[in-house]
Every structure is written in structure tokens, then in C-alpha cells.
Ligand binder design. Structure first.
Ligand SMILES: [Zn+2]
Length: 112
């Protein structure tokens, strides 16, 4: 396993998420809810958009935590082993999602 490449990939993913999060922070805070300025419908649109942005941001934060945790496991010797059964996680699986914590079998059991 090429830990150096995996670390670089995880760090790149993390940096992307942080950048996206920062870029959208302003947009999320900037919804103008002043009814005298905008019509009721566009206000609802704005609220809906805001809710959607918040959901996306929540997911970003979850992903960030997974990536941080994977980087931490990479620092130790735990990386690449299933957190549930302790078996090695297949390289192809880590390739698809370097922050994954479960082997294919355990993931299938967790989300049948
Ligand atoms: Zn497992």
C-alpha cells in the first residue's frame, strides 16, 4: 500500500472540502430575508436554497471528519484495516474511497 499517495489524496480531498466550505459560507449567510425587498415566492426560493446549501455543508462536514479520521489512522498503523472485523480492506475499495472504514463484507452488513 502506498501510504504516501493515499495521504496526498486524502489531504487533497480535505483541502477541496475546506475550500468549498469557505466559498459557500458567504453565500449561505447572505440570504436576504427582508420581505420588503423581495417577494414572498423568491423569499421561499431563497429559504429553500439556504436549506439545501446547509444540507450540502452538513455532508461536507461529515466527509471532512471521515477524512481527518483516515489521516489519523494513517499516522498510526490502523489504516487499511476494517474497523469492525479487523480484516484488511481491499485495495480497490480504498482506491474508490480512501476514507472508508469498513471492508466490503462489513459495509454490506451495515447497509444491506
Ligand atoms: Zn470487516
Amino acid at each position: 500500500m502506498d501510504k504516501k499517495a493515499i495521504r496526498a489524496r486524502l489531504e487533497a480531498l480535505r483541502d477541496d472540502l475546506v475550500a468549498l466550505s469557505e466559498a459557500s459560507e458567504e453565500a449561505r449567510g447572505a440570504v436576504d430575508l427582508d420581505q420588503t425587498k423581495v417577494g414572498r415566492l423568491s423569499r421561499m426560493d431563497a429559504l429553500q436554497q439556504q436549506a439545501m446549501d446547509q444540507a450540502i455543508e452538513a455532508r461536507r462536514q461529515t466527509d471532512l471528519k471521515r477524512i481527518e479520521a483516515a489521516l489519523k489512522r494513517l499516522d498510526g498503523d490502523d489504516y487499511g484495516y476494517c474497523l469492525r472485523c479487523g480484516e484488511e480492506i481491499a485495495a480497490e475499495r480504498l482506491e474508490l474511497d480512501p476514507a472508508t472504514t469498513l471492508c466490503t463484507d462489513c459495509a454490506a452488513e451495515a447497509h444491506p
